[in-house]
Design a protein around this ligand. Structure first.
Ligand code: NDP
Length: 304
């Protein structure tokens, strides 16, 4: 039976550690602060940002939720970022994506002070990460490493295959695995004979954005699968393809008309040695790592 790498206790443990660090910083008169910028009314973004602000409250961090209107311009946003960059009570700046079309997201993310870039999206942090210097690493890939380490999955010397090369997940995940001494292969949409490559993986990270894309034939028996994908399935035929006979999922689909599935087909998990479920795996680590990055930024800015 494969081991299920449950994200909940790991996220709880990281949050507990962050809360203790916050208490320790309070004794030195420091309270880490996060500014969350949420533009307009995208329901999913509202839920994410609310959870992030709530996590700050739970762990004792200061948070400031800023909600510019949907019609905001790039210039207005640049002014806002400049103001946050210069505020001493703000250690982390989070600009929730996606942004409205008229706002140039790249220009904006590049304007965030790298020292406050708790999402780890700034090119300076990407460069520092690659160069092996202290950096704020993107939260989801950082969560991948925490799950592996805290679950006792050996990384050093392992063949790690990352499917996906985005700047926010695939590339930084590969870089972090490399720093942990894995032998890393990065795959993408132009990779030839993908299955032959993924079958060589001791650790297979799927960050593709396609429901159930990684199938049984693509996995080496006993491999560890880290499924980063979050995809919503609403089509009954597609649902059947993945979850026919799964009573729990069928009940959820009947009730809500949709289910969330990762980038890995449920059948592929069966041959693995260990895997992160979706939901309940990597996704749960992202906010915990954001809190951890904010405390780290607070320390680094003050040379602590
Ligand atoms: P992107 O769309 O930015 O990147 C997807 C990557 O997958 C690209 O590098 C693309 O290759 C590759 N890809 C697409 N099709 C194929 C294919 N047929 N074969 C091989 N590779 C392929 O997605 P993200 O990296 O932003 O996100 C990936 C997944 O992770 C999504 O499901 C997303 O929802 C989820 N996610 C989850 C988070 C969390 O848990 N908190 C946070 C962020 C993302 P190419 O570069 O050649 O186009």
């Amino acid at each position: 039976m494969p081991k299920i790498l449950d994200g909940a206790p790991i996220a709880a443990q990281i949050k507990q550690e962050v809360a203790e660090e916050v208490k320790e910083l309070a004794r030195r008169g420091v309270r880490p602060g996060l500014a969350a910028v949420l533009v307009g009314h995208v329901p999913a973004s509202e839920i994410y940002v609310r959870s992030k602000v709530q996590a700050c409250e739970e762990l004792g961090l200061y948070s400031d939720l800023i909600t510019p209107p949907e019609t905001v311009t790039t210039e207005d946003m640049l002014d806002l970022i400049a103001a946050l960059n210069s505020r001493d009570d703000i250690d982390g700046i989070l600009v929730q994506l996606p942004l409205p079309k008229q706002v140039d997201a790249k220009v904006l993310l590049d304007a965030v002070d790298p020292a406050k870039d708790v999402d780890g999206f700034h090119p300076v942090n990407a460069g520092r990460l690659q160069a092996g210097r202290p950096a704020l690493a993107p939260c989801t890939p950082a969560g991948v490493i925490e799950i592996l380490k805290r679950s006792g999955i050996p990384i050093a010397g392992a063949n790690a295959v990352v499917v996906g090369r985005s700047d926010i997940v695939g590339k930084p995940a590969a870089m972090l695995l490399l720093h942990e001494n894995a032998t890393v292969t990065i795959c993408h949409s132009k990779t030839r004979d993908l299955a032959a490559v993924t079958r060589g993986a001791d650790i297979l990270v799927a960050a593709i954005g396609r429901p159930g894309f990684v199938t049984l034939e693509m996995v080496k028996p006993g491999a560890t699968i880290i499924d980063v994908g979050i995809n919503r399935v609403t089509d009954p035929a597609e649902f059947e393809k993945f979850f026919a006979g799964n009573a729990k999922r069928e009940a959820a689909f009947a009730k809500r008309g949709s289910v969330v599935i990762g980038d890995v087909h449920p059948a592929a998990f069966e041959v693995s040695g260990a895997y992160t479920p979706v939901p309940g795996g990597v996704g749960l680590l992202t906010i915990a790592m954001l809190m951890s990055n904010t405390v780290r930024a607070a320390r680094m800015r003050r040379g602590l």
